[in-house]
Design a protein around this ligand. Structure first.
Ligand code: DAH
Length: 341
């Protein structure tokens, strides 16, 4: 029968280990003690008298620890003996993330506007109907308010709710205009980047959510000329080329007069190409002089102050700048796409 006293086994083990030289032999000894001697101590354990169990148990555990540690040490020295380090191997390249192209575009816009004195502010994505529509002079029967276009939030007893209580996912960053003007009096210059939501089918130029950049400047004697100068300077900086700006008459409930802003196509230099649908111009945002009703929603004196506002898609700007033909690529999470920026 094998020796059952852990203390004696330990002594024998250490002696045997000392007597051999190579790692190979040392490993063999560790393995033998782990598999044979230690196992036999454990298997005879149950037959021991109760008084002995505690002592032998402790000893056996200590022995197991010792055997495992020695085994590890032998393996380590073995590695040092046989292993070698190839210092000419290339290092492991860390995987670096990069900033999403939409965030890059947003930051770039913020940078340009901040140099022209515009402060960047934010507003809530979960908005009420009043700030998103009523305060902006959007009439009750305007089609944009329809459930087909706007994502309303289900609320119990929605029937009796006022428009300040009815919740929706904001459809436009314009909703922040009156929020801001209630708390801050003119002169003011702000931009509002942010996510907006629409209840619509997706295709290569429509997404259920996307990003907008809103701008608002209110003061004494603010005019369309100021707007044109500022927006022209913005696009010059953004596209870093000589782009031209064109204003076309349009309609928005919250501005009067209203315009669409076009930039000259930087790809074909106004000659006409597929990117600009052969017109030489690309529509980039809506804008106008803030409607007096909107200023009044924020209790601003319309006899003293005027202002302009504008708003456009950040996605669209990024698509134009990088010549991307499908808005859905921004939201697909495909790293092969995202890593290019
Ligand atoms: N909110 C409009 C939209 O989502 C864009 C817009 C047009 C914003 C004219 C404005 C503006 O501030 O003056 O289509």
């Amino acid at each position: 029968m094998k020796e059952q006293d852990p203390k004696l086994i330990k002594k024998r083990f250490l002696k045997e280990l000392k007597d051999v030289k190579t790692s190979e032999e040392k490993k063999k000894i560790c393995k033998k003690y782990l598999e044979e001697d230690l196992s036999s101590v454990f298997s005879s354990f149950k037959n021991l008298p109760a008084a002995e169990k505690a002592r032998v148990g402790r000893g056996a555990n200590e022995l197991k620890q010792l055997l495992l540690t020695k085994m590890e040490m032998v393996k380590e020295t073995e590695k040092e003996e046989t292993g070698w380090l190839d210092v000419t191997l290339p290092g492991k390249e860390p995987i670096l993330g990069n900033i999403h192209p939409l965030t890059q575009m947003q930051k770039k816009c913020e940078d340009i506007f901040s140099k022209m004195g515009f402060v960047t502010i934010e507003g809530p994505e979960l908005e009420n109907e009043w700030y998103n529509f009523d305060a902006l002079n959007v009439k009750e029967d305007h089609p944009a308010r329809e459930m087909q276009d706007t994502l309303f939030v289900k609320q119990k007893g929605r029937e009796g709710l006022t428009s300040k209580e009815k919740l929706l996912m904001r459809t436009q960053t314009s909703a922040v205009q009156v929020r801001y003007m209630e708390k801050n009096k003119p002169p003011l210059r702000v931009i509002v980047p942010g996510r907006v939501f629409r209840n619509e089918a997706t295709d290569n130029s429509h997404e259920i959510n996307f990003y907008q950049l809103e701008g608002l400047m209110v003061g004494e004697d603010v005019s369309v000329a100021n707007f044109k100068a500022i927006i022209g300077s913005f696009f010059q900086n953004l596209f870093a080329t000589d782009v031209e700006i064109r204003l076309r008459p349009s309609y928005f409930p919250f501005t009067e007069p209203s315009f669409e802003v076009d930039v000259s196509c930087s790809i074909c230099k106004k000659k006409g190409c597929s990117a600009c649908q052969r017109t030489g111009w690309i529509e980039v945002m809506g804008a106008g002089m803030v409607h007096p009703n909107v200023l009044q929603s924020a209790k601003i004196d319309t006899s003293k102050f005027t202002g302009f506002a504008f708003g456009g898609g950040v996605d669209r700007l990024a698509m134009i700048k990088h010549e991307i033909n499908d808005i859905r690529l921004f939201y697909g999470g495909d790293l092969r796409f995202l890593k290019q920026f």
